[in-house]
Design a protein. Structure first.
Length: 268
């Protein structure tokens, strides 16, 4: 079966389009939700299996029966809409999700938000799963099988943190199975704002205090904020004065006590 070029066609397609093509196909990242139906005159089983393995959800054979084709399209469109709505609901509540096959590490499915987060934090895209995520999955998959929730995986970029939670197995157990992983991004920008209000700090002083609570030294804080260690030291002197303390440890302790009252989910 010849393989046509579908790139431009898929880029233009919207979510209510089913492509009927004669040939091999591949799903593009932005159009992975589009169900593809093959139309072919080749009736041998090997060709039909190849069509499905190439990414098709169904096939029709020539000569086509218009009513049958339309009925198949409606079924697949409805399924695609329901899956898209479920993904959108997860994204709307700040939860991104992916499905990873443990045996070969292939990223099988992802919501749009998950795709963007993985690219932002790891620079990867489907079907590749970020190596730290795959190692974490394989390390804890046995615990998850017996319904013991494993430790969550987190990665921090500035004041933002991306957390992974191993949710449940959704495929068979062969080779480790397919696993649904829930991702959530948490930003501590609101925490920094609360620090500024609680202790009457300037925005820059609040940022410095935030990283002190995180255990960073002046040089590291300077690198993060684009300031010199001397500038960070000056800001810290002002912070100590406003908090009525003399040490970093005391400043961090007072701050953690206050922030946990306002933001119980904050992880210092």
């Amino acid at each position: 079966m010849p393989k046509p070029s579908l790139d431009k066609t898929l880029d233009r397609a919207n979510s209510d389009v089913v492509l009927i093509v004669d040939g091999r196909a591949r799903q593009l990242g932005r159009a992975a939700h589009i169900p593809i139906i093959f139309m072919t005159g080749l009736l041998d089983t090997e060709y039909l299996v190849a069509a499905l393995e190439a990414g098709g959800v169904d096939y029709v054979t020539k000569p086509i029966k218009p009513k049958e084709v339309l009925a198949r399209m409606q079924v697949h469109l409805q399924g695609a809409r329901e899956r898209r709505q479920a993904r959108s609901a997860l994204d709307a509540f700040g939860y991104a999700s992916i499905t990873v096959r443990a045996s070969d590490g292939k990223l099988m499915w992802q919501t749009p938000l998950a795709r963007d987060l993985l690219h932002t934090y790891y620079g990867t895209s489907a079907p590749a799963t970020p190596e730290p995520v795959l190692q974490w999955l394989r390390r804890h998959v046995k615990d998850a099988v017996v319904l013991t929730e494993p430790p969550r995986l987190s990665i921090e970029v500035g004041p933002k943190r991306l957390t992974f939670r191993l949710h449940q197995q959704i495929g068979d157990s062969e080779g480790g199975g397919d696993w649904l992983i829930i991702m959530q991004e948490v930003s501590d920008e609101s925490v920094i704002g609360a620090m500024a209000l609680s202790f009457k700090l300037t925005p820059k002083e609040a940022e410095v205090l935030y990283w002190v609570v995180k255990g960073k030294i002046n040089r590291d804080i300077g690198d993060i904020l684009g300031s010199s260690p001397m500038t960070v030291k000056k800001h810290l002197e002002h912070v100590f004065a406003k908090l009525g303390v003399e040490t970093r440890t005391a400043a961090a302790g007072i701050t953690m006590s206050r922030i946990r009252q306002l933001h119980p989910q904050f992880e210092g």
